[in-house]
Design a protein around this ligand. Structure first.
Ligand code: DGT
Ligand code: CA
Ligand code: CA
Length: 390
């Protein structure tokens, strides 16, 4: 893979990161990791209650209309052996599992979100280029960290899997490739608890036997059209000429199919998803001007926003207090510090001072709701270095 970085005289070119310092050829070298947590909602439920682990576990969205109406959100791999999968009706899942003792549970998003945040925080500490996709997936750009070595990327992935399992008892599957597209498809190849590495020179052999449906962006509809054209595998799709694909699928999507089937993808890992602020608000038992009562609630809310910020590895520079008056008018007061902090005491003390000030200014009317917000958020400075994994 690194062969083009060798100079003919026999010595190796020193790789100069960051990427923009490299020549054009070397810019093509990227190593991207995609992580997908295995049967996520069901695995979290197993973790919470290990006695259900050896049974089929089905996590459901109950619609509430009748006892079993609704759809399966996800299921563990034991249940999948019986044909239970995301999206099928709960009643159908029950039918498939009628001869075996199984566990049906309602979705508990608060729980899954909390676990997801903890794992995402681990991932974020492993790289400075991180893109979260939904609740159970993320891309990591690791090119620089592993010095362009797929072998070192594999080692890093093993350490990440171990850290997630040691800390959160959740398994995940990781794909490593020269771009996001390949990494994502690779992550899905050996599930659960898989690790699949696809080097640049392996792209064609890896992609060509796969059904077209495995290509990111190809859903049931596109698959049907492709099948009608006699195109079943990604390899067959890669052989189609661009004009034919654009005439059937339009310029944008046709061109996408063409390049994607060749395993090409230039899209960057986008650092995003960081919250602008973290806030909590609550309704008081009764409308009041009793500051002690309001402070009691504010202290609890402060602990909430603080723990949320800790989970996400965020510090803050600003704190604000908001109250909703009995006439539903909103009032707030904020304070911004010179430097970011993670200190719970600072949130509490600042909130108390802000609330006192607000009530001194607002002399009329009683308060219906109180809330708190931290903002001007930043990720913790000390990012974990690769050495911490070595
Ligand atoms: P896997 O294949 O081991 O990654 O299994 P999951 O369950 O993690 O599947 P994934 O990654 O496609 O989806 C992540 C979570 O999203 C999953 O635990 C439940 C939820 N989910 C996925 N598909 C559906 C669906 O069709 N309906 C509902 N309600 N939830 C879904
Ligand atoms: Ca998953
Ligand atoms: Ca997923």
């Amino acid at each position: 893979m690194l062969s083009f970085l060798h100079i003919s005289q026999g010595h190796t070119l020193r790789i100069q990161w960051p990427l923009h310092k490299l020549d054009n050829d070397a810019k093509l070298l990227r190593i991207v990791m995609h992580i997908d947590f295995d049967y996520f909602f069901a695995q979290v439920e197993e973790r919470e209650n290990p006695t259900i682990r050896d049974k089929p576990v089905v996590v459901c969205v109950y619609s509430g209309r009748s006892e079993d109406s609704g759809a399966v959100s996800t299921a563990n791999y034991i249940a999948r052996k019986y044909g239970v999968k995301s999206g099928i009706p709960i009643s159908l899942a029950k039918k498939k599992l009628r001869d075996v003792e199984s566990v049906f549970l309602p979705v508990n998003h608060t729980l899954y979100d909390a676990v997801s945040e903890k794992i995402m925080k681990i991932l974020r500490s492993c790289t400075d280029r991180f893109e979260q996709i939904g609740v159970d997936e993320a891309f990591l750009e690791v090119t620089e960290q592993v010095d362009g070595s797929f072998e070192r990327a594999r080692e890093l992935a093993e350490k990440i899997k171990k850290e997630i399992f040691d800390k959160e008892k959740i398994t995940c599957s990781i794909g490593i490739g020269p771009n996001k597209l390949i990494a994502k498809i690779a992550a899905g190849r050996q599930k659960p608890n898989g690790l699949t590495v696809v080097r640049t020179e392996e792209i064609e052999r890896f992609l060509s036997p796969l059904p077209v449906r495995k290509l990111v962006g190809v859903g049931a509809k596109t698959e049907k059209v492709l099948h009608k054209l006699g195109i079943k595998t990604i390899g067959e799709l890669a052989k189609q000429n661009l004009d034919k694909l654009t005439s059937v699928f339009g310029m944008t999507f046709g061109a996408y199919l063409h390049t994607a089937a060749l395993g090409r993808d230039q899209s960057q890992v986008q650092q995003r998803g960081r919250a602008e602020s973290i806030s909590r608000i609550t309704t008081l038992k009764e409308n009041t001007r009793d500051i002690a009562e309001m402070l009691k609630q504010i202290q609890k809310l402060a602990e909430d926003v603080h723990s949320k910020s800790m989970q996400q590895g965020l510090s803050f520079k600003s704190v604000s207090v908001v109250v909703v008056m009995e006439d539903l008018k909103m009032r707030n007061r904020s304070k911004t510090f010179q430097n970011p902090t993670k200190n719970l005491g600072i949130i509490k003390n600042t909130a108390r001072a802000l609330l006192q000030q607000l009530l001194r200014d607002e002399t009329e009317g009683s308060v219906r709701r109180v809330g708190i917000k931290i903002f001007n958020l930043a990720y913790d400075k000390e990012q974990k270095q690769l050495n911490d994994f070595g």
